[in-house]
Design a protein. Structure first.
Length: 95
């Protein structure tokens, strides 16, 4: 790869507001409603200040619930995401 050449993110996260955030290979993104999250989501108290973390690693994209009080679920099938990391089948996620 040439010096200064941009690389594609290993994963992309889309928000309801239409913002798309890239996560580089080996990177992670903490999301929640709190200002100390990497991606702050305007939500009520049903979402923790630091709700989850998405990691982009060599074998895929992983998500983990880091909230001590709220559960995270996937949209559609309602799969519950626990504190243990769960591998996702997509590199483009919607939050």
């Amino acid at each position: 790869m040439a010096v200064g050449q941009a690389t594609s993110p290993a994963a992309r996260v889309s928000t309801p507001a239409g913002l798309v955030v890239g996560i580089p290979e080996g990177g992670r993104l903490v999301f929640g409603r709190g200002p100390d999250s990497d991606l702050t989501i305007a939500a009520g108290r049903g979402l923790s200040r630091r709700a989850g973390v998405i990691s982009a690693v060599g074998d895929g994209v992983w998500i983990a619930n880091i909230s001590r009080t709220h559960a995270l679920y996937t949209e559609g099938d309602g799969y519950r995401i626990d504190r243990k990391s769960t591998r996702l089948n997509s590199s483009h996620l919607g939050i």
